[in-house]
Write a protein that binds this ligand. Structure first.
Ligand code: ZN
Length: 462
């Protein structure tokens, strides 16, 4: 078996790994690289896998754009194999890739306007809606925990990764003369007791493990503690007549926050405060959540069985329409506004921040990872003055960070998982270098002798 690492090597985005075994060739994930514009552009436009047209499969772990977002480029580059993934992921990427194409098309319009002024020729978007529609034809959704036969001696199975709706751990089992060999790819590993979705499934008897390392060096606080903190800050802000602005990714985090607020509401722990989810994509994604109860944990199922909708209750209002979104600006009473993008780089969240940031009664609640160089990161760093739409704003609103809503396991979870998998060779991917080093060190302390942090392009013969 040959492994080659092409993405999420010593970084958190652009997940892409190549596997060749018993005459079959496939890739694990095809994510978008996110980072500095020029570097990201060149990495995303040129998928480095050789003979893309001969690939048999793309096995996709989950719908997050850093794992799925470059599929249209893959298909444009000649891929004609099958994209195998869970049913929920197939549904999610169908709308998320369209949204991504829209962003790329808008983005290039802006870039081309600037290029025209400089007399430079226009550029094409990375991909368009049409490219997305074309690539969705190759989808082959499968069920969790059912073997998918690649050939007589190679099969693949997806287990719940407990990270977001539809997320999977991908196990590849190869029959060889001297016995079976098992390679497990974690995609992103979730956490126990996350709302709505199931806990990660523990795969055992693994030989080789490709593991994410996002929080390989950090610990999360228990979920319960965070939930009471959320309750307290909502009550506090309500009393001083402030607003709570929550930037959140449309998939996963938004539904989890809504679910958590729903629980607080059900237990009569919240004041009479309206809650707005202002994002057209969140609205669509929430519809997909509703369609996939097979992914829910027992708690979420019980709520559904009691004929309640955990994503909608009387005080929660979903906003699709732009005009309605603008009307939120003139609301002059306490409310909660959840909106995208999660790192405050684009989207409607910018209008809400612009409107609320200079009032000290308000709170900006950060619930997800904020990459370097984003407005979100400036907020986390509590900068006194920030730029929104190119203008400076004095920040008087308080910024509160609740990392624990993260849908990634922490150091303890990742080390436990690797240990129980009993893998002898472990490849650390998908993490900032410091987190990876600490994770690798932790693995070595558990007596794992073969731990690697591959560089881009590194090849391993197993
Ligand atoms: Zn993810």
């Amino acid at each position: 078996m040959t492994l080659q690492f092409w993405g999420a090597t010593r970084t958190v985005t652009g997940s892409l790994h190549y596997v060749e075994t018993n005459g079959k060739r496939f890739i694990l994930d095809c994510g978008l690289y996110q980072g500095h514009r020029d570097e990201a552009e060149s990495l995303n436009r040129n998928i480095p896998v050789k003979h893309i047209e001969e690939l048999d499969y793309l096995f996709l772990s989950h719908a997050h754009i850093d794992h799925s977002g470059n599929i249209p480029t893959l298909v444009k580059s000649g891929f004609r194999g099958k994209i195998v993934t869970t049913k929920a992921t197939a549904d999610l990427i169908s709308i998320m890739l369209l949204d991504s194409a829209y962003i790329h098309e808008k983005d290039i319009e802006y870039v081309n306007k600037k290029r025209r002024k400089k007399g430079l020729p226009p550029k094409e978007p990375l991909y368009t809606k049409k490219d997305v529609e074309e690539s969705l034809k190759y989808l082959e959704p499968i069920q969790y925990e059912k073997w998918f036969k690649v050939s007589e001696d190679v099969k693949v199975i997806f287990y719940d990764a407990g990270h977001i709706l539809g997320s999977a751990l991908i196990l590849i089992e190869v029959q060889e003369d001297h016995g079976k060999r098992r390679l497990l790819f974690t995609g992103d590993i979730g956490r126990k007791n996350l709302p709505i979705i199931k806990d990660p499934y523990q795969v055992e008897n693994v030989d080789f493990l490709i593991s994410e390392s996002t929080y390989g060096g950090r610990y999360h606080r228990p979920y319960k503690e965070v939930s009471s903190e959320l309750r307290d800050l909502i009550n506090r802000t309500y009393k001083r007549k402030g607003k709570i602005i929550i930037p959140a990714f449309s998939v996963g985090r938004t539904q989890e926050i809504v679910y958590e607020i729903h629980n607080l509401h059900e237990n009569n722990e919240l004041p009479d405060i309206p809650i707005f989810v202002d994002s057209p994509l969140s609205v669509n994604v929430t519809e997909i959540f509703k369609r996939h109860p097979e992914c829910y944990d027992d708690e979420a199922l019980e709520i559904i069985n009691n004929n309640e909708n955990p994503f909608g209750f009387e005080r929660l209002i979903y906003i699709k329409d732009v005009e309605k979104s603008k009307e939120l600006n003139s609301i002059n009473k306490p409310c909660i506004i959840i909106s995208a993008s999660g790192m405050c780089e684009a989207g409607r969240i910018l209008h809400h921040l612009k409107n609320s940031i200079s009032d000290k009664r308000n709170i900006i609640l950060i619930v997800g990872y904020q990459a370097q160089g984003t407005l979100g990161r400036n907020l986390v760093e509590k900068k006194k003055v920030v730029r929104i739409f190119g203008e400076e704003y004095e920040r008087k609103a308080d910024v509160i960070v609740l990392n624990e809503f993260s849908s990634h396991g922490d150091r303890r979870d990742l080390l436990n998982y690797a240990e129980k998998s009993s893998a002898e060779k472990i490849f650390c991917v998908h993490g900032d270098p410091d987190q990876m080093e600490q994770f690798a060190q932790g693995l070595r302390e558990l007596n794992k002798k073969e731990v690697y942090i591959p560089e881009r392009g590194d090849v391993f013969e197993l």
